[in-house]
Ligand binder design. Structure first.
Ligand code: F6P
Length: 327
């Protein structure tokens, strides 16, 4: 990159996640630290098309570190998927004098970032999604907060399930990825965990596990289902038909995306925001800021998008070994 970066834009795009604000704050403050100006682009890539912006200075990002959601709003833009849309976005960058963009979000956000960088706009990406499904990074901002929210809710459910000796079917988020479900399932001591990466065998994955848990002395059962597996209501009905239980179904839904970010998410978001802007300041661009083995690394956007993260199946074995069904 030859041109010195003097003014950058920062945006949040796709599904929000706790910690996005912490990243926006870190990007803004680090930009100021390096003598750059920072402009907030509202409503993600669509905002870049529409020229929807706000000036970010040090006081604009005061008190947002612990705030859930995103002060920049977020959106999923169909228009940005078109050549025309992206041309408009480039015009906005020119109009606002933006020398670079920091894009905070998931893989959809990075696909947009790649297209924009191909049009000559320097872009850095920061992974933020509660799904933790970005291949190049061990960790994505928001995962820890979402897990803790789900765990808190399920602990409460367990109290009443235990009193009534019932079966609970809880649906957590994750349309394509089961990281949240498996992590939460282990943390709450679930009887069964269903994830989209593993094709469900109802008899083996549910019926036999509940029967074994019962034979092992359990009187209530917790089934955690990732959204992508199918309807938790249907699973509840099948449990009723095949085991004669009367399950209660809870869909946690978007509550998992809200709330104050945990310490881990604030710290990671701050570190990632800092390194994204530092890269610009040192003349590097076109990468996603990732964590690998606890360290920060820059992965070229194209490479980052090509990487897939596999659910660690050994975690299933852990669940198997320590759940109530292990007699
Ligand atoms: O990508 C994060 C995520 O929360 C997924 O887990 C979920 O499937 C999806 O977003 C829900 O998206 P929306 O906000 O459009 O309902």
């Amino acid at each position: 990159m030859d041109k010195k970066i003097r003014r950058i834009g920062v945006l949040t795009s796709g599904g929000d996640s706790p910690g996005m604000n912490a990243a926006v704050r870190a990007v803004t403050r680090t930009a100021l630290h390096y003598g750059m100006e920072c402009i907030g682009i509202r409503r993600g890539w669509q905002g870049l098309i529409n020229g929807d912006f706000m000036i970010l200075n040090s006081s604009a990002v005061r008190h947002i570190l612990a705030l859930g959601g995103t002060i920049l709003y977020t959106a999923r833009s169909e228009e940005f998927m078109t050549e025309k849309g992206r041309e408009k976005a480039v015009s906005t960058c020119k109009m606002l004098g933006l020398d670079g963009i920091v894009a905070i979000g998931g893989d959809g956000t990075f696909r947009g970032a790649l297209e924009l960088s191909r049009l000559g706009i320097p872009v850095m990406g920061i992974p933020a999604t509660i799904d933790n499904d970005i291949g190049c990074s061990n960790y994505t901002i928001g995962f820890d907060s979402a897990c803790n929210t789900a765990i808190e809710c399920i602990d409460k459910l367990r109290d009443t399930m235990q009193s009534h000796e019932r079966c609970s079917v809880v649906e957590v988020m994750g349309r394509h990825a089961g990281f949240l479900a498996l992590y939460v399932g282990i943390a709450v001591g679930a009887t069964c965990v269903l994830v989209p990466e593993h094709e469900m065998d109802f008899q083996k994955d549910i019926v036999e596990r509940i029967q074994n848990a019962r034979l092992g002395g359990a009187t209530h059962f917790m089934v955690v289902v990732a959204e992508g597996v199918g309807s938790a209501i249907d699973i509840g009905k099948r449990i009723h038909e095949e085991l004669g239980l009367d399950p209660r179904v809870t869909v946690l839904g978007h509550i998992q995306r809200g709330g104050a970010p945990t310490g881990r998410d604030r710290e990671t978001a701050t570190r990632m925001g800092y390194f994204a802007v530092k890269a610009f300041a040192e003349g590097r661009t076109g990468s996603v800021i990732c964590t690998q083995e606890g360290s920060i690394v820059e992965t070229p956007i194209e490479e980052a998008l090509a990487k897939t993260k596999h659910l660690q199946m050994y975690r299933y074995e852990i669940l198997e070994a320590v759940s109530a069904s292990a007699r």
